[in-house]
Design a protein around this ligand. Structure first.
Ligand code: GCB
Length: 596
């Protein structure tokens, strides 16, 4: 799905800013047609942001159900005769939108974009009222899953199986944009390297046109000379003396796609950014452009004070600068697709990304003390994770690939985090999803982040995948505080995985750490313990060839729901929530920058 762009034939306007806002605890709005007039109440809400922490009220923070957003916008005068589109970069977890009294779009899934052609519902130069109802309920047919518990006093409590706060709302930019009636609908670019040449295969889909031609030109990003041209909606070009995209070097090109009408006039143009690079797996080596790549970085979250999961360029750029400071070269978009601006930035700066769906918590056996699980449940059953969940999961994968397929930074699709991969039913659940991911994108390896109990002797799905992404907490959730035993257990397990002859990326390992807590005996929760635990893992990784990367859990402390093992959130950050370094950050910086 193409991102909105300003081009000679297109214009976009961001609808970010303050919107009217109404919580709907009684679920009255849909029946009372709240879209048909001004929303009740006086509240306003910034977009983008999670609504939860903006209003200091527990009823808002823990609200379960619908919230409403509304604003009036004047459609630019110059858009007469154009095709007008209303687009949401994300609405968590589902939304329905109206223009004035007309329902224009509905979407399931909280982290991928959706849009509606609203040409028939607006007039250039006139006002239009946009109303959106966003629903934050997690169910057995949502990704991520959850269920709502009805308490005796009538209150509803959202239960879920993942370890981060269920932030919701309009988390990303809302756009109104215009294209010509005949327009570029989609572009796919795949690349290869042949000596000094870059090989670029492209496919453009044009809509609203008959008898129109397509032509493309490739130039270096930033307005360089045209380096290749081709005719036709599908084709291939060669770039001589190509500057390949590589880790640390975000060399980008632009494929300018033009739609030309029968009279020879260019009616639409769309600049699709891409990088020329290859990704491959060779036994236990992970190759980018044919060279072994070792992942150094973190699992992250989109998480900050007040904003929750709302996209914020200040936090984004600062986080990338901290990655640079510490010497990281990569991160995983745990546990959902991030704002596309994050991938654009990673593309430009040569940061490598493992791109993950929001399929987190498909594991009802983790629960226990960590997640406050109310009752024991079986993961795969008709009442819990079923073929209906799988259909929504498949849709989430399709939307992720559709949005991110042209980003050179993305080198692995992670289609789930810590699902139950021990029960035999896991195989029937995952096999078609892996096949679908490969069908959608044959160019990137597919993985999933494997849960600690799914050791090589118990896991039933890892052979379906190209790369082993492992999350392990030896020394923390198991052998707590005993790093000597933890080291033995970790090494024994990794040596077992290494027999599978696939690259292993440790996508989570870490320890909750209270900043400022010190201990001469390196006790759990102290800054010394976090540093020592990470150093222990690194000793083991350095002894095992098949380990192709290390991504610590977590980049920064983040919000979770309350629980007896969560003191104001998850504290496994190497940085605090306000991005100050814990002692481990300095140790990592030495390792990753080779200064140790
Ligand atoms: C995990 C999960 C992650 C949690 C982490 C923890 O295995 O993948 O979402 O936050 O453990 O800190 O417990």
């Amino acid at each position: 799905m193409l991102a909105p762009r300003d081009t000679p034939t297109r214009e976009r306007t961001s609808l970010n800013g303050l919107w009217r806002f109404a919580l709907d605890p009684g679920a009255a709005g849909r029946g009372a047609r709240w879209w048909a007039g001004p929303l009740p109440g006086e509240a306003e809400m910034p977009v983008p942001a999670s609504f939860n922490d903006v209003i200091p009220d527990r009823a808002v923070r823990d609200h379960v159900g619908d919230v409403w957003y509304q604003r009036v916008v004047r459609v630019p005068r110059g858009w007469d005769g154009g095709r007008v589109v209303l687009r949401f970069d994300a609405a968590t977890h589902r939304a329905t939108a109206w223009i004035d009294d007309e329902r224009v779009v509905e979407h399931e899934g909280g982290y991928t974009p959706f849009e509606a052609d609203v040409t028939a519902h607006v007039r250039a130069g006139e006002e239009a009222r946009i109303t959106v109802v966003v629903n934050n309920v997690l169910s057995w047919t949502s990704i991520p899953p959850g269920y709502v518990q009805e308490l005796d006093d009538g209150r509803r409590v959202q239960q879920y199986f993942h370890d981060f706060f269920n932030y919701a709302g309009l988390h990303r930019t809302v756009w109104l944009y215009a294209t010509p009636p005949a327009y570029v609908e989609d572009v796919t670019v795949t690349t290869d390297l042949d000596g000094a040449y870059g090989l670029v295969a492209y496919r453009a889909r044009v809509a609203g046109a008959t008898g129109h031609a397509v032509r493309v030109a490739v130039r270096e990003d930033g307005g360089g000379e045209v380096v290749a041209r081709a005719e036709g909606a599908e084709g291939a070009v060669r770039i001589p003396g190509v500057r390949a995209w590589r880790p640390g070097e975000g060399n980008l090109y632009v494929l300018d796609v033009e739609v030309v009408d029968p009279a020879g006039e260019v009616v639409d143009s769309y600049p699709q950014t891409f990088g020329v690079r290859t990704v491959a797996i060779d036994g236990e080596r992970f190759l980018i452009n044919g060279e072994p790549f070792y992942f150094k970085g973190f699992g992250k979250h989109e998480d900050a004070a007040l904003r929750g999961r709302g996209h914020d360029p200040v936090t984004m750029v600062h986080d990338f600068e901290l990655l640079r400071w510490i010497g990281a070269n990569s991160f995983r978009t745990s546990h959902y697709p991030y704002d596309e601006a994050v991938l654009d930035y990673a593309d430009r700066h040569g940061v490598v990304v493992i791109d993950e769906t929001a399929a987190v918590g498909l594991n009802l056996n983790v629960g226990g003390g960590i997640l406050n699980q109310a009752e024991p449940l079986t993961t795969y059953s008709d009442e819990t994770i079923s073929s209906r969940t799988q259909a929504v999961h498949r849709q989430a994968i399709e939307e992720l690939v559709a949005r991110d397929k042209n980003h050179p930074c993305v080198v692995v699709w992670s289609i789930a985090n810590e699902p139950d991969s021990i029960q035999p039913e896991a195989r029937a659940y995952f096999e078609p999803l892996v096949a679908e991911t490969r069908r959608l994108d044959p160019t990137r390896p597919v993985g999933f982040a494997n849960f600690m109990l799914a050791t090589p002797d118990r896991d039933v799905v890892s052979d379906l995948f190209d790369v082993l992404l492992l999350n392990r907490y030896y020394g923390w959730y198991a052998q707590t505080g005993d790093l000597d035993t933890a080291e033995q257990v970790l090494e024994a397990e990794l040596r077992e995985w290494a027999r599978r002859a696939r690259p292993i990326v440790m996508t989570e390992y870490g320890a909750d750490t209270q900043p400022g807590l010190h201990s001469v005996t390196s006790d759990p929760w102290s800054e010394e313990f976090q540093t020592d635990l990470l150093a222990m893992y690194h000793r083991v990784f350095d002894r095992i060839e098949a380990v192709a990367g290390e991504q610590i859990w977590h980049f920064a402390d983040f919000a979770t729901r309350s629980g007896v093992s969560r003191v104001d959130g998850n504290k496994k950050g190497v940085f605090t929530r306000d991005r100050r370094p814990k002692a481990a950050a300095h140790a990592l910086r030495r390792r990753w920058r080779g200064e140790a």
